[in-house]
Each structure stands twice: as structure tokens, then as C-alpha cells.
Design a protein around this ligand. Structure first.
Ligand SMILES: NC(=O)NC1=NC(=O)NC1=O
Length: 174
């Protein structure tokens, strides 16, 4: 999708197209629509990143709480968003055996009890083993460090989802 086509989108169409680039947080694209015209895809990503990093700690934790657990309840009940479903299945979360599933759920519970928000990682950039290792390692962080680390992962997920939308549209156009 050409950047000037993105810039020409109405507010409603912009939020319809980019509404879930940050999981269940349409507020973020709704807010950065005001910064159009965007120079290019990287410019949109930069505005999204700035907005997220500019949130107060409570806002950052709110964004994290909008994320479904990896291999969690939403996956089991089939209520993940399309993007999350695709990301989680590609990271092997849909083919865990019962021991792995139990291990993930106890680590997720321990993490949530410690930090008050769910463990978030960019599943598309990590294997199943990476995810378990990161979850175990990051449990040792202090809250402030872990909040920033998790938000970094949110911005990676956002960038990949943004590219998916803008670049895949180009493919259908060609
Ligand atoms: N808790 C999570 O990290 N969830 C997710 N990461 C992704 O990349 N997709 C998800 O649903």
C-alpha cells in the first residue's frame, strides 16, 4: 500500500486497517492518525513507538494487560485475535505437549503474580525454546526493567503487524 494511500485514509479507515497493530489497543493508531502525512512506513512505526514509550507506567502496564497469554486460555478456547492466533501458532504454541503446556502456564502465572501484567514477547521472532528461556530469565528482572523490556517486545510485534498490512497490500496490488 503506497504511503500516500495511507495518508489519504479517513480516521475511521485508518483505525479499521491498523486498529490491532498493538493487541486490542486501537487507541494507539487512533492517536497517531493525527500525525499524518507520514513520510513512509518507518515514520508510522516511529510515531507508534514514541506514543507507546511516552505512556505513563500505568499506561504501559495497561497495554501489556491487553495481550493474551502465550499458550493460555484464549488459545485453548479459540478466542485469540487473528494476528495473535497466527503468531502463536507459528511459534509452536499450538503444538505443545501436556508437560510443555503445564510448564508455560505455571511460568506465566508466576510471572503475572510477580509483575502484575502478563509476559509479552514477539512470538514471530522467537522459537518455542527461546520463549520458555526468556520467560524464565526475565522473571528475575525488577519491575521497572521488565516493564520496559516487555514494552520493547510490544513495539516489535507492532512493527511486524504494520509491515504485514502495508507490504502485503503491495503484493495484492502488483
Ligand atoms: N503474551 C504474548 O507475548 N502474546 C503474544 N505475542 C505475540 O507475538 N503474539 C501474541 O499473542
Amino acid at each position: 500500500m503506497e504511503i500516500n494511500a495511507v495518508n489519504a485514509l479517513t480516521y475511521e479507515d485508518f483505525v479499521k486497517l491498523f486498529g490491532n497493530v498493538v493487541e486490542k489497543c486501537p487507541l494507539i493508531p487512533a492517536a497517531i492518525w493525527s500525525y499524518r502525512p507520514f513520510k513512509d512506513l518507518a515514520d508510522i512505526e516511529a510515531h507508534m513507538r514514541e506514543f507507546i514509550h511516552g505512556l505513563p507506567d500505568s499506561g504501559k502496564e495497561g497495554v501489556l494487560r491487553c495481550h493474551p497469554d502465550l499458550a493460555g486460555r484464549d488459545l485453548q478456547s479459540g478466542t485469540l485475535t487473528r494476528e495473535s492466533q497466527e503468531e502463536q501458532s507459528r511459534a509452536g504454541m499450538t503444538t505443545l505437549d501436556s508437560a510443555e503446556s503445564l510448564h508455560m502456564s505455571s511460568l506465566n502465572t508466576e510471572y503475572k503474580e510477580r509483575f502484575g501484567f502478563p509476559f509479552v514477547i514477539c512470538a514471530r521472532l522467537n522459537s518455542k525454546a527461546d520463549i520458555v528461556r526468556q520467560l524464565s530469565e526475565r522473571l528475575n528482572n525488577d519491575r521497572a526493567t521488565e516493564r520496559e523490556r516487555a514494552i520493547e517486545e510490544v513495539t516489535k510485534i507492532c512493527s511486524l503487524r504494520l509491515r504485514n498490512i502495508v507490504l502485503s497490500d503491495i503484493q495484492t496490488k502488483l
